[in-house]
Design a protein around this ligand. Structure first.
Ligand SMILES: *Cc1c(COP(=O)(O)O)cnc(C)c1O
Length: 387
């Protein structure tokens, strides 16, 4: 018997328009940051529908998170609170700046960070909170922003999963945080290969991030003293980074952004098929957005119930044996040697994240999937759950 064809866990959805736009960039001579990166920033702001937002294109969400925290002046002695149930990028940027991370557990119902624990983790050194809209479900930002306001803390949203996600009908990125960062990594809800967008209403933060995005290079200092700046002149005002997005990447982004509403609709259709087809199995299905709100469905995360007849690792092996790719989001930070050892973390400190991790599996959900692929995934899950 032939092995069944393998269905990957994730695949990008790149169309002919994206390809033509990349070819146009290659032929134009603008292969690094140029007119398309600028247009991508403008169109991203228009998508969010808020003209007071500054959108700053960067070469990854990690870079965007780093720039946001740098612009907020974070440094040694400061603490930042975030969830243990995330990708390491959320937390590593805090360490780039010499500040420290305080990890908190999740709410097992939403898999987002537990806001009671956020409040309990605040110390005199706490400077900021980084919420992660896990899988594409919004954190209760109204309560989180209230906590931040009461304690004088900054908020930088890791919105790598949350394009488009809404909270009380408002898009993530337009709420009252200091900055929001989206990811266009290959498996996210839209992609530029590698890329990200830093979004903020704070003009000073935007100005600093723009300078630090490209080597700490500025023409503004010169502008103040003379009306006519020679085109070749610039000044270095800080030891900046190399975080600019290329026009080749922006070319992809321009068309992916246009397709985002259709992508979202398709993700919702696939999620609905999973909710319908998996309801009777020994699985905890993922939390859904409240009626009227949008879940981005970056991930569809199942958890095996306590009485499921298989353990998680066996379950994943059985799916792979049937040609279904899957993944785990995430091995929580408290289990990784770096984070565990630096902060002397134990699983007992994060019981909800630990339990979710031990029982969770992310199944394929992406726009390049056909309905028949989703049917295949569900049939494989049903078979994998037989004792
Ligand atoms: C993907 C991801 C990132 C990093 O995004 P890059 O664009 O790859 O830097 C950060 N946080 C979370 C939660 C992610 O899933």
């Amino acid at each position: 018997m032939n092995a069944p064809q393998f269905l990957p866990f994730a695949l990008p959805d790149i169309g002919d328009d994206e390809i033509a736009e990349v070819v146009d960039s290659l032929k134009s001579g603008w292969v690094t940051t140029g007119p398309k990166a600028k247009r991508f920033e403008e169109e991203f702001g228009a998508f969010l529908g808020d003209s007071s937002l500054h959108c700053i294109a960067v070469n990854s969400a990690t870079a965007g998170l780093h720039l946001a925290l740098e612009a907020l002046g974070l440094g040694p002695g400061d603490e930042v609170i975030t969830t243990t149930h995330t990708f390491t990028a959320t937390a590593e940027v805090v360490r780039y700046l010499g500040a420290d991370v305080r990890l908190v557990d999740i709410d097992p119902a939403t898999l987002n960070l537990d806001l009671d624990q956020v409040e309990a983790a605040i110390t005199p050194r706490t400077r900021a909170i980084i919420p992660v809209h896990y899988a594409g479900l919004a954190v209760d930002m109204l309560r989180l922003l209230d906590i931040a306001r009461r304690h004088g803390l900054k908020v930088v949203e890791d919105a790598a999963h949350a394009l488009p996600t809404t909270l009380e009908r408002e898009l993530i990125g337009t709420l009252g945080s200091d900055a929001t960062v989206f990811s266009f990594y290959a498996n996210k809800t839209m992609t530029t290969g590698e890329g990200g967008m830093l979004v903020t209403r704070n003009a000073a933060l935007a100005a600093r991030a723009k300078v630090m995005r490209l080597h700490g290079m500025s023409r503004d200092a010169f502008d103040r003293f003379t009306a006519k700046v020679p085109s070749w002149y610039y000044e270095i005002v800080a030891p900046g980074y190399k975080y600019n997005l290329t026009d080749i990447a922006a070319a992809l982004g321009l068309h992916q952004l246009k397709r985002l509403p259709a992508f979202q609709k398709r993700r919702e259709e696939l999620a609905a098929q999973y909710f319908q087809g998996l309801a009777d199995l020994p699985l905890i299905l993922p939390p859904q957005a409240p009626a009227g709100d949008t879940h981005a469905w970056h991930l569809f995360v199942l958890r095996l119930t306590d009485d499921a007849p298989v353990d998680r690792n066996t379950f994943i092996e059985r799916l792979y044996a049937q040609g279904i790719g899957c993944s785990v989001h995430y091995v929580p930070l408290h289990l990784h040697p770096y984070w565990r050892d630096r902060y002397h973390l134990t699983p007992e400190q994060f019981p909800h994240s630990q339990k979710a991790y031990e029982r969770m599996v992310s199944i394929p959900l992406y726009t390049a999937m056909k309905d028949s692929d989703a049917q295949r995934v569900m049939a494989a899950i049903r078979q994998a759950l037989e004792a």
